[in-house]
Write a protein that binds this ligand. Structure first.
Ligand code: F0G
Length: 458
């Protein structure tokens, strides 16, 4: 008999989670104005809101925490982080920040100015926010295949070179501070970018003399997919693939809450000493001194270990196999999601699962509320509420995809939890004909409404 796969870890510490009744959940979600962010976490049984900062650290990471050096300047923890960034990613210069969006704030304060354009593959919300806040524009150049959830293209995070070159031709190079490549591309479904595409984008950007940047939150998952799906990389280690990916970029931002498996932290790194010097001023203003930048010594230590563990094949295989396991369960029930399975989450296609809910009544949010009511599982809407209003016309933007993201935290849940999630979605899917109405907005903030929106039943 073939030996089945099993996780490459065993469990040393546990955290109890609590089931609730449907009646309780009906009260709680109503009190939360049907916004899943507004729920208390102890009212959630399985939390798939995000995979950011919610993973389980290893015994090595917790040991490193105890060895943290809390000196204000020049701590040994800073040098541990510096060494990990140099060894694994190849950058000589970096600045620690408290998380990914802070890294964006520091770097973009140097590079992005009013009237600029930043092309890339479906920029993440905070990345886009930091661009638009500076009165610049993010231009999405993702390949069209990413908009069809049933298309099995193995690298749906890829940039369309034709779309990118159009941007290069349309705007003078002074208006294009850099190209932003997000690995993996969260917004398109945790979808990877191929090494070939990274090389091609690099060559094209070089031709037009435009720098290249990685939004690297899930860079290790991207490297895993290159190993698994791209010819010529099957025998390379993850660390070799990572080094090759980063060779092509001039700078990076990192939310370490993802692939460095820590609860808080981030950084921005550069090849240019001049850029490092300029960014240092903003780091000191917004984050902290350049050798801690918003992080404690213990957190920098855990991050250094996490970068090493997060780029080991066995860890990544266990992680991604769990996401694939959930995908395979959903396949059994005919529940559509962004295919093939992404790195950190399953993105359920709400337009296919709840076909009767009008788009103006937010089908993905409706699916999120129904799933929560069913069993206390919390996902997050990646649809029209998140897409927000057009900054000029103030009309609602309806993106091509209307998704419910089920993000899987690292080393946190077991496959029994995946079974609960899949069965709960099946139950909602089975009663789709009776779910005809969604929600209307009763309060929204002028920007980034997703987090604080208040809703009522339509
Ligand atoms: N870039 C990407 C691709 C991200 O997914 C995130 C965060 C950030 C940047 C910002 O990093 O949260 O550390 O400030 N994504 C989380 C998520 C919040 O749920 O996907 P941060």
């Amino acid at each position: 008999m073939e030996i089945p796969y099993a996780e490459s870890f065993r469990i040393k510490m546990v955290e109890p989670i609590r089931r609730s009744t449907r009646e309780e959940r009906e009260c709680w979600i109503k009190d939360a104005k049907y916004n899943l962010f507004a729920l208390r976490s102890d009212h959630v049984f399985i939390d798939l809101l995000t995979d950011s900062g919610t993973g389980a650290m290893s015994d090595r990471q917790w040991s490193a925490i105890m060895l943290g050096d809390e000196s204000y300047a020049g701590s040994s923890s800073y040098f541990n982080m510096k060494k990990a960034i140099k060894d694994i990613l190849g950058f000589d210069y970096f600045l620690p920040t408290h998380q990914g969006r802070a890294a964006e704030n520091v770097l973009f304060s140097v590079l992005v100015k009013e009237g600029d354009v930043v092309p890339g593959n479906s920029h993440f919300d905070t990345t886009k926010g930091h661009i638009e806040f500076r009165k610049a524009t993010a231009i999405d150049c993702t390949i069209d295949e990413a908009n069809d959830t049933q298309n099995e293209h193995p690298f749906k995070g890829n940039i369309d070179l034709g779309k990118l070159e159009e941007v290069f031709k349309k705007y003078p190079k002074e208006k294009i501070p850099f190209v932003c490549v997000t690995v993996t591309c969260n917004t398109s479904g945790g979808q990877p970018v191929s090494m070939q595409n990274i090389k091609d984008v690099h060559a094209l950007a070089k031709k037009y003399d435009i720098p290249l940047m990685f939004d690297s939150a899930r860079f290790a998952e991207n490297a895993y997919f290159i190993k698994k799906r791209e010819k010529g990389y099957e025998n390379k280690t993850i660390k070799e693939i990572v080094r090759e990916m980063f060779k092509h970029v001039d700078m990076m931002t990192m939310s370490s809450k993802k692939d460095a498996i820590v609860n808080i932290g981030g950084f921005t790194a550069f090849r240019s000493e001049e850029l490092f010097r300029k960014a240092s001023t903003f780091n000191i203003m917004f984050e902290g001194y350049i050798t801690y930048g918003g992080m404690s010594g213990r957190d920098m230590n855990a991050l250094a270990v996490g970068l090493d563990e997060g780029t080991e094949f066995d860890y990544l295989e266990t992680r991604i196999k769990q996401v694939e396991y959930l995908g395979a369960e959903l396949d059994k029930y005919g529940i559509a999601y962004q295919r093939p399975v992404g790195g950190h989450a399953i993105f359920v296609d709400a337009l296919k699962v709840l076909p009767n809910v009008p788009r103006e009544e937010f089908p993905a949010q409706t699916l999120g509320v129904e799933l929560y009511l069913e069993s206390g599982v919390r996902g997050v809407e990646i649809g029209a509420i998140l897409a927000d209003r057009d900054p000029v016309t103030r009309e609602n933007r309806y993106p091509k995809l209307e998704l419910l993201r089920l993000a899987i935290s690292r080393r946190t849940y077991t496959n029994n939890h995946m079974d609960v999630i899949a069965a709960s979605l099946k139950n909602v899917f089975d009663r789709r004909d009776s779910i005809k109405r969604g929600f209307k907005i009763i309060y929204e903030a002028p920007i980034m409404r997703h987090f604080t929106v208040e809703l009522d039943r339509a």
